[in-house]
Design a protein around this ligand. Structure first.
Ligand SMILES: C[S@@+](CC[C@H](N)C(=O)[O-])C[C@H]1O[C@@H](n2cnc3c(N)ncnc32)[C@H](O)[C@@H]1O
Length: 270
């Protein structure tokens, strides 16, 4: 946990609600400040299931990483990695392939401070790169990333709880297409996204982020818009589903009971 004072010394603004820190709060983390908790509490008033959705999202991320690692993938690029939460992508991947390499990418200073601290204690096969998804070329041609990840070989790319932070003006379809074109055949895309539910709960929650001037918008999208991100990929079973419905483990007896806000899928590039 870092103090607001230390955060400020690192050029981090503790007074602007921050997407990564609000998400950390929903996950029960300690890496958040008063402004983040205020926004989170507003969101909870209109979307009390937000913490359940955040947990379901982490569960999907780990099950999907294990699936991709079991398919033989040994290198991963986690775009919009968030403040580290255990288990993380490298822990899940290396439990299956101990030599798996992971590149964590985020554009947020607070995430980078925490992720680099994690790297200091677990340097094996992991790098942390500053990059903005709106500039895929900058990420995918970063020399450090290229020395760690070989894009001539299949790779697992994670865009988990990430694309709903892109507005339509950012061109998320084009961004994903550009990333897809850099992935070798046999690569996997792991993606989850806030769903624009018919009752409008996600949209009302998104308005709270805008009203409190969070550092990024939240843009819920319809099922077909989310499915379009997988153009050029074959969806693996069970396709595009709610987070808890994606290959639930046997111990997930309550799967899906309180999570209807996030859609997710895994696609394989043929
Ligand atoms: C909600 S968190 C998701 C974290 C993790 N992927 C997960 O699903 O548990 C979204 C992350 O995306 C990062 N992010 C937002 N906009 C970004 C951008 N344009 N480029 C790179 N990262 C971004 C945020 O800083 C945050 O860490």
């Amino acid at each position: 946990m870092i103090s607001e004072k230390f955060a400020q010394s690192q050029g981090i603004d503790p007074n602007t609600p921050n997407i990564a820190r609000v998400y950390d709060y929903f996950l029960g983390g300690k890496d958040n400040f008063a402004a983040d908790r205020l926004l989170a509490e507003q969101v909870l008033k209109v979307a009390p299931n937000a913490p359940a959705t955040a947990r379901a999202n982490r569960g999907f991320l780990i099950r999907a990483t294990e699936f991709v690692a079991n398919a033989g993938i040994r290198q991963f690029v986690d775009l919009g990695t968030g403040i580290p939460t255990s288990p993380n992508v490298h822990e899940a991947a290396q439990a299956i392939n101990p030599d798996a390499r992971v590149a964590y990418v985020d554009n947020d200073s607070i995430v980078l401070v925490h992720a680099r601290a994690l790297l200091a204690s677990n340097a094996h096969g992991v790098i942390v790169v500053q990059g903005d998804l709106r500039d895929p070329k900058g990420i995918f041609e970063d020399p450090e990333l290229l020395s760690h990840i070989d894009f001539a070989e299949p790779v697992g790319v994670l865009l988990v709880a990430m694309l709903h932070l892109m507005t339509d003006q950012d061109g998320p379809d084009e961004l994903v297409a550009e990333i897809r074109d850099r992935m070798a055949p046999g690569s996997y895309l792991v993606l989850s996204h806030v769903w624009d539910d018919p009752a409008g709960v996600a949209r009302t929650a998104a308005e709270q982020y805008a009203q409190r001037n969070a550092n990024a918008p939240v843009v819920p999208r319809a099922t077909e818009q989310i499915r379009r991100f997988f153009d050029g990929f074959d969806l693996v079973e069970p396709g595009l589903v709610f987070l808890d419905q994606w290959r639930p483990t046997e111990d997930m007896t309550n799967a899906g009971a309180d999570d209807q806000f996030g859609l997710c899928a895994v696609g394989r590039k043929p």
